[in-house]
Design a protein around this ligand. Structure first.
Ligand SMILES: [Zn+2]
Length: 421
């Protein structure tokens, strides 16, 4: 693909073209926009104006990097485009001066830019973890970034929410599970089968291996062990879709997702299973319940480094969580709650669900909850996330998904710090 370095119709003032569907780009563009003010116009390359004004710039080229078109028609891209646009502000000319004068700075800036651009989903997650405000929807104060009708911001976390919840009626397992079987890179299996009330059931399990995961960090995500908490199941599905769409989010990880741990309860929209058991009180007690036995087998054999359970609490007005297992667990839950808090409030009560709590974190838990076996070595981190059940389902899902991405990102960082000290 020949790189276009000049356009036929120069704009009146410099124009920066960026990927309007990329939350990471949008976040940085907003920061650059603060530096450049009105001196540069920022347009998503998906905007119809881009093709009208600059027909010679191929979309595929624009998708790879930001492009700056200057008022003399010159086109540059990547780190150079960033330096040049910043330099329109007299106080921000040093990056361009360095870029032009120092080949090492130029090379470093370009390689840093390429690295970041090549890892956009990972960096988007990092950006959101480090600057949680970047996750806030609708840049209302940024009219230049407003979507035109052709520019849709990817509704990554919302698509499946309404798919299987049909007001009060029993839920359909097939309607929930079928779309997940079509996800690229996601391996589906079933645990079981087992019979309840003359009908045959199984526990669905989905596995995703991220890049660079030959010796992976194994994570288990368990949802809907209470069948009337669809937010967790939907969030688990939504999270899988994110991984399938952006594998780098799961870099170094082998993620096992068990989205429906209580399939009969899910179908009936009840907390308990059809055998009237609260399955989340039955673990490691020689329970005869088939769902519990199948999950205990997974917990014993998969050697998880981390176990995450997704729940909703109808007595809570905010998001909170339980920590168990490894002592570093609270260092994962804390940023996860900060991420979730951008979407739903945190429950900061001193007592939550009968337990002493601090900043939305509970350090004890019920007897018999889904957890690693006591003899497990090394000790995994164990987190139970709870959303307020009465909040809109979309919000609960979004909060849980944000928390899950944050846990992966933070754990990867902790591991890499640990390996370097
Ligand atoms: Zn629950």
């Amino acid at each position: 693909m020949p790189t276009v370095s000049q356009v036929a119709t120069p704009p009146a003032k410099p124009v920066m073209l960026f990927d309007g569907n990329c939350g990471f780009c949008a976040f940085w563009i907003r920061r650059w926009q603060q530096a450049t003010g009105e001196r540069v116009e920022y347009i998503p390359f998906q905007d119809t104006r881009t093709a009208e004004w600059f027909p010679e710039l191929p979309r595929e080229q624009l998708a790879l990097a930001v492009h700056l078109i200057e008022s003399n028609g010159a086109v540059c891209r990547g780190a150079e485009a960033v330096c040049r646009s910043l330099a329109t502000n007299p106080a921000r000319q040093w990056p361009l001066r360095w870029y032009q004068k120092c080949p090492r700075f130029a090379a470093m800036a370009e390689s840093a830019y390429r690295f970041v651009a090549g890892h956009r989903p990972l960096f988007a997650a990092l950006t959101h973890a480090l600057w949680p405000q970047s996750k806030r929807r609708n840049a209302d104060n940024e009219p230049a970034l407003r979507a035109n009708p052709h520019h849709k911001t990817a509704p990554m976390h919302h698509t499946a929410t309404e798919q299987f919840v049909s007001g009060g009626k029993p839920h359909s397992l097939a309607r929930f599970l079928d779309p997940l079987h079509a996800l690229p890179g996601v391996q589906a299996e079933t645990l079981g089968p087992f019979d309840i009330g003359g009908q045959t059931y199984s526990l669905p399990k989905f596995t995703f291996r991220g890049p660079n995961a030959s010796d992976p960090i194994r994570i288990g995500i368990f949802a809907a062990i209470h069948g009337d908490e669809p937010a967790g199941a939907t969030a688990a599905a939504s999270f899988l879709r994110d991984l399938a769409a952006h594998p780098a989010l799961a870099e170094n990880f082998l993620v096992h997702v068990y989205p429906l741990c209580n399939p009969t309860g899910f179908e009936d929209n009840t907390r308990v299973s059809r055998r009237d058991r609260d399955l989340n009180r039955e673990f490691w007690k020689s329970s005869p319940e088939q769902e519990v036995q199948l999950l205990e087998y997974e917990l014993r054999t998969q050697h998880f480094s981390g176990i995450i359970q997704l729940h909703a609490d109808d007595t809570s007005d905010g998001v909170y969580g339980f920590v168990r297992g490894h002592t570093l667990t609270e260092h994962l839950l804390r940023p996860a709650l900060r991420a979730a808090e951008q979407i739903l409030p945190r429950n900061i009560n001193a007592i939550i669900d009968g337990f002493a709590a601090r900043d939305g974190i509970i350090y004890e838990s019920y007897d018999g909850v889904l957890a690693a076996p006591v003899e497990m070595e090394p000790i995994p981190f164990e987190i139970i996330l709870e959303t307020p059940h009465h909040a809109p389902l979309d919000r609960q899902v979004e909060a849980l998904v944000a928390a899950l991405h944050t846990i992966l990102t933070e754990y990867r960082l902790l591991i890499s710090f640990a390996q370097n000290i």
